[in-house]
Design a protein around this ligand. Sequence first.
Ligand SMILES: N[C@@H](CCC(=O)N[C@@H](CS)C(=O)NCC(=O)O)C(=O)O
Length: 261
Amino acid sequence: MVMHHIPVCPFSQRVEILLALKGLGDAVEFRVVDITKPRGPVVHELTKGTNALPVVEVPGRTPIKESLVILEMIEGMYPEPPVARTDPHEHALESLMVAQQGEFVAAGYSMVLNQDPRKAGDHRERLLASYRAMNDVLVGYAPGDTFFFDRFGWAEVVFTPMFMRFWFLDYYEDFVLPQAPDYERVRRWREACLAEPVAQQVDFEQIVKLYYDYAKGAGNGALPSGRQRSSFAFEPHWRDRPMPPGDKYGRSATDAELGLV
Ligand SMILES: N[C@@H](CCC(=O)N[C@@H](CS)C(=O)NCC(=O)O)C(=O)O
């Protein structure tokens, strides 16, 4: 199989983590797509025009998109070792957690993209409400004490890449989970997810640097006004660039200040 992906995309990282947990690094060939360039006819055709990645080419069969659907397909194709629970009721429990991911993703991304400081509080509230809902599912349904079950599994594969992307909220929005009982269980879960050795495909500095343009309201490789180079550019390498200014509501940094030229 061939997976077309954007290297820092959290939806692609879900698939990378699942493959790593199964020791299947070689089962899928990864083809890198540059998000700063037009997607091109191949991706357009494979995704039937939606263009969002990842998409997986399955030899002789229809390509499959949507990260959660790709995860299910790989779990079914390579059942050993299982990452999803094999007991249907247990899988239903972890699926209750997965059902929270859409609102969580939407809340975090709309918060980083927001450019109106007067709306920052509403975005924060929306994200906190999502964390509380996740906390409730963990308290009400998770048999595990730290992970959902006794180990890093299905729900963790789905959420860990998002916890890592939301480092951009720590940096650009000074977001911290409140020290309150409503967040205690989800905080413990999040910390264990972030520490999982198999899930270390990205790091804090990389996310903060690459997602500067999101913090300035420009998503998916789009350019903020006045800029020539995307913060997602492959060159210069992110390690060689300075940390961007953390005040996203203030003046925009130039290409030069971001180390992009
Ligand atoms: N619901 C999709 C979301 C995928 C998605 O939004 N991918 C982003 C990259 S992180 C993308 O391809 N953006 C480029 C575009 O939509 O043109 C999934 O779970 O796979």
